[in-house]
Design a protein around this ligand. Structure first.
Ligand SMILES: [Ca+2]
Ligand SMILES: [Ca+2]
Ligand SMILES: [Ca+2]
Ligand SMILES: [Ca+2]
Length: 476
């Protein structure tokens, strides 16, 4: 058996080589970075024997906002409202499992025009070396000016009609008022290992019955995020999404509405379903009607490399298959290690006119899920042959189940790549068809079941989805 298959492979190899030589000679198999790739000239490479175009492809892990929760009722109250008295606090429970992410929040300082308390730009890391961060974290919290209303005691929110009166700020950037807030508020975190819930406590320690610097804090919002600058960027203008309404009126509803908005499929437009890293990936190009690597609704093709990539993040088998068996343009990512939120996989690929793009990267915190463009591929050229540029390939990016390993809870499965004892470990999937992942049960952050009937993974798709990636195509 072994002998025959080796001979078979040799024969196939010879056949492919012969075919290759008989065809136009220059369909490049491996993308190379062209030394003159930065040439602004729109024409294809002059030296190219065939009309090919070099494209840069960037697949960015956009996982960021993982949960957003309003807080509005303090410990001694039964109705939503601000905290005027020292010793009272807001207490907010939220779930997070390692590697976790970061915490940001915003609560107004009412005796001001547009000041609010919020953590520094990076947010408060929830885990360090896999251990939950607990105790007093006040030193990571600052008092900020939202840059929307000029400082004027007469129009402070604490004054009659102050919440609606006031002149525009002469400095419209979000900026630090003070980094030392421990005389005003205290902020604590605690963690329950049994439930994986943190409790955030924001306490007014000064109150309003003082001669100077009275402090009243308001309802606000917490956001669990993976990247920096979740609510604003220091030195930049407020984003206009509702932070100003917290900073001036103590009302978090607009900002909460923005974070939790759904698309036409009823699936989140902005919240990411899960924290995951993405494996080193692959891009390729084809001119057949359908993607030659996999067919949705059918079992994996033997030798396609889908199983190795989707279970273990190993792109080698798929690369060799595309380069040597299919003899199509293919490139591995320049990055050899998985990329986390905010990171990107970058590729350069040389493509003949009329070809379409396919790509593949593993959703690493799963058993056998991968991200890929829909089966028809992304057209890299318009009908008149102009190379396409922009984020258009994002929209039909889907999350697929390879049908090769049974699924465990996202981010928590002992047979998932980061946790398994070795490659290809895990039980067979009950369903061996390659299919879209239609729902994710978010055990990492407790958002419940997120349903995306279409398996949408690209951020910015009007249907809403899992908000995991953005794909940029740029001709060189
Ligand atoms: Ca101001
Ligand atoms: Ca005002
Ligand atoms: Ca599976
Ligand atoms: Ca596995």
């Amino acid at each position: 058996m072994k002998k025959i298959s080796i001979i078979g492979l040799f024969a196939l190899g010879l056949l492919l080589m012969t075919t290759s030589c008989d065809e136009e000679e220059t369909v490049p198999v491996v993308a190379q970075v062209e030394p003159e790739a930065k040439n602004d000239d729109e024409e294809p490479m002059e030296e190219a024997e065939e009309m090919t175009t070099s494209f840069n492809v960037t697949i960015t892990n956009v996982v960021n906002y993982l949960n957003a929760i309003v807080f509005n009722t303090h410990n001694a109250a039964t109705e939503p409202g601000p905290i005027p008295d020292a010793g009272c606090f807001y207490s907010i429970d939220f779930k997070a499992l390692p590697p976790g992410g970061k915490l940001s929040f915003a609560t107004m300082s009412v005796v001001s025009n547009d000041w609010f308390f919020a953590p520094r730009a990076e947010g408060i890391s929830l885990f360090e070396n896999g251990m939950p961060v607990t105790g007093d974290v006040t030193d990571q919290v600052y008092l900020w000016d939202a840059g929307v209303e000029e400082e004027d005691p007469a129009t402070r929110t604490s004054e009659p009609d102050g919440a609606t009166a006031g002149a525009p700020d002469d400095d419209d950037s979000v900026r630090i008022v003070t980094t030392e807030v421990s005389n005003f508020i205290k902020v604590y975190l605690s963690y329950d290992e049994a439930t994986s819930y943190f409790t955030l406590k924001i306490e007014n320690v000064r109150g309003n019955k003082v001669e100077t610097d009275p402090i009243v804090i308001t309802p606000g919002i917490i956001v669990i995020h993976a990247q920096d600058n979740a609510l604003f960027t220091e030195g930049e203008k407020d984003r206009g999404l509702g932070l100003a309404k917290i900073a001036v009126q103590g009302n978090p509803s607009d900002l909460h509405g923005w974070f939790t908005e759904s698309g036409t499929d009823g699936t989140p437009l902005r919240l990411s379903s899960s924290f995951t890293v993405l494996s080193p990936g692959i891009v390729y190009a084809f001119n057949s009607e359908s993607d030659p690597i996999f067919m949705e609704g059918e079992p994996m093709l033997d030798g396609s490399g889908i199983e190795e990539l989707a279970e273990d993040g190993n792109s080698g088998v798929m690369y060799d298959h595309i380069a040597n068996d299919l003899m199509l343009p293919v490139a591995k990512s320049n990055e050899m290690m998985p990329i986390g939120p905010g990171g990107s996989l970058t590729f350069t690929i040389e493509v003949p006119e009329g070809y379409k793009l396919g790509y593949n990267t593993m959703f690493v915190f799963s058993n056998d899920w991968f991200l890929a463009h829909g089966n028809s591929g992304f057209p890299l050229f318009s009908e008149d042959g102009t190379p396409i540029s922009g984020y258009g390939a994002t929209e039909k990016t889907y999350l697929y189940d390879a049908g090769t390993e049974v699924d465990q809870t996202v981010g928590m499965g002992p047979d998932q790549a980061p946790f398994q004892s070795g490659p290809n470990t895990g039980a067979e999937d009950d369903n061996n068809l390659i299919r879209r992942v239609m729902e994710i049960n978010d055990m990492q952050y407790g958002k419940g079941t997120i349903s995306s009937p279409a398996g949408v993974a690209g951020h910015g798709d009007p249907r809403g989805g899992y908000n995991l990636v953005k794909v940029l195509v740029e001709p060189n």
